[in-house]
Design a protein around this ligand. Structure first.
Ligand SMILES: [Zn+2]
Length: 496
């Protein structure tokens, strides 16, 4: 039976690929004619858009938070594989109040050139309906007929000349509908949390401008949720103003590189920062741009925030932990919350055989994300062949305890920043570790008015849980870098 099936698949496979070589040219040519792509060298389209912040959702199971991109304009020169998009963004201050215009080119302009950008950006040219057809015509595309949700499509596949860090060509798949319009394009790009992450763009409500067909609505999803949505108000083929549209906006005068991180890492010329410090017997702060806390038990170690930022940071945290607490396995790694700046090193944590501990609300998301293929950019997890082990704990607390020590995890309640945000608490040592709640007061506003929501929530939770805390360690280094106290936090709220 098995052999018969294999034989049947082989025959079918053969007939499809023979047919596709002949049909692909026709399908691409018909779609190019129908969409006005044949004489198209460049395009300009504009409208109103919004941008989804990948990995920063308030709940691991909900969409990425969206921010408006007003006056969105994109120009693409297909012959040179260059593109520029500009928009205006407004941000609400953390203390609330009126949104103000964001000034600064990285937040309001995207430039794409063949030399300087990764596929994550370059794909913005090739997943457009027009770019997809141009790429397909130039790159030995294949085609097959497919029915999706009762609709008949010609599915065209081609490999981009761009190569992933693992040396693979990035693949594109486009769905061409019965009107010969490109309705959906898929590609895959490496992502530290998702591995080979699907990028899917949908194009609907097609309109016409002098033979150029353009979708009035664009939805691009990454990691399952929209990262870009646009209502296209107009599009022009071969715009006369192309050079002006592609010319970068210079950065605003008189500005340096932005606020920059806290100075823990030791800048150029500065003394190298200590890589760890002992806070109590068997308790170490592992220092970096994102700090971790290593807690020693009789026969193992628990790490709080084991995988922030990226694989390199997670490997450094693991190495330093083994140095300060030798000859014991790191058994558990507790993440503060699911945001990707706190989880992008988790593949290295999985590779080390560490059980990831997090509230149940985050478990399924992380399990799915860390279980997909990781072929585009092989990492320590894919090389180890290990599967993620994730303990999702139910309820509001999880306690690690043996004859030597107690380390409690408490789930913070009422925090808008993220559901399932946990703090770690050492009752005997009176040490608390947390992330992303206490916003530092500034010189201008030592008591922010109105108060920062996260700071208030943090103080309320310490009171609610009746935690007896003397030293508070932040995953993000404070500026100046220090351990803080309940009194510090209450003072920044104007509370006693
Ligand atoms: Zn966060």
């Amino acid at each position: 039976m098995v052999r018969k099936c294999l034989a049947a698949i082989a025959v079918v496979g053969l007939s499809v690929s023979t047919a596709s070589a002949q049909d692909a040219k026709t399908v691409i040519s018909n779609a190019s004619k129908a969409m006005g792509v044949e004489s198209l060298n460049s395009i300009h389209f504009y409208g109103t858009a919004q941008n989804g912040n990948l990995g920063q959702n308030n709940n691991a199971n909900q969409p990425w938070p969206m921010a408006a991109m007003n006056d969105y304009v994109r120009a693409i020169d297909f012959s040179k594989a260059t593109s520029r998009a500009t928009w205006a963004s407004y941000a609400v201050p953390v203390t609330g109040g009126r949104a103000t215009l964001v000034v600064g080119t990285p937040q309001t302009q995207q430039l794409i050139t063949p030399e300087t950008t990764a596929w994550a950006q370059q794909l913005e040219i090739w997943v457009t309906p027009w770019g997809f057809l141009k790429g397909a015509a130039a790159n030995n595309a294949t085609v097959r007929a497919q029915t999706v949700n009762g609709q008949r499509y010609q599915t065209v596949t081609w490999n981009s000349p761009f190569k992933s860090p693992g040396g693979q060509a990035y693949r594109l798949v486009g769905y061409i509908n019965s009107q010969n319009f490109v309705e959906r394009v898929q590609t895959w790009v490496e992502n530290p949390v998702f591995g080979d992450m699907l990028v899917e763009a949908e194009y609907t409500q097609y309109r016409d401008n002098n033979g150029l067909k353009y979708p009035a609505q664009i939805v691009q999803k990454r990691g399952g949720w929209p990262t870009f949505e646009m209502y296209v108000l107009g599009a022009h083929a071969n715009p006369a103003s192309l050079q002006a549209l592609l010319t970068p906006t210079p950065p605003p005068a008189g500005r340096g590189g932005g606020p920059g991180g806290a100075g823990r890492a030791g800048g150029p010329g500065g003394a190298p920062a200590p890589t760890s410090e002992k806070l109590a017997e068997g308790v170490f702060r592992i220092n970096g741009a994102y700090n971790a806390l290593a807690v020693e038990f009789a026969d193992h170690i628990v790490l709080f925030e084991p995988g922030p930022q990226n694989e390199a940071r997670a490997l450094a945290i693991i190495a330093e932990t083994k140095k300060v607490i030798p000859n014991k396995p790191i058994r558990y790694g507790v993440i503060s919350h699911h945001h990707f700046d706190h989880t992008s090193g988790l593949p290295a944590v999985v590779a080390e055989g560490i059980t990831i501990v997090t509230p149940e609300v985050n478990r399924t998301f992380l399990m799915n994300a860390l279980s997909g293929p990781r072929t585009l950019a092989p990492d320590s997890q894919s090389k180890s062949g290990k599967k993620p082990v994730i303990e999702g704990f139910k309820g509001d607390r999880r306690v690690f305890q043996d004859s030597t020590r107690t380390f409690e995890l408490h789930v913070i309640q009422g925090l808008p920043h993220a559901d399932g945000n946990v703090v770690g608490y050492l009752p005997k040592e009176k040490i608390l570790v947390y992330a992303d709640m206490f916003n530092l007061p500034t010189a201008e506003a030592p008591v922010p008015d109105p108060p920062v929501v996260g700071t208030g929530v943090f103080a309320d939770n310490i009171d609610r849980l009746k935690l007896d805390v003397e030293r508070i360690m932040s995953v993000h280094s404070l500026n100046p870098d220090r351990l803080t106290s309940v009194a510090d936090i209450k003072a920044s709220l104007g509370r006693k």
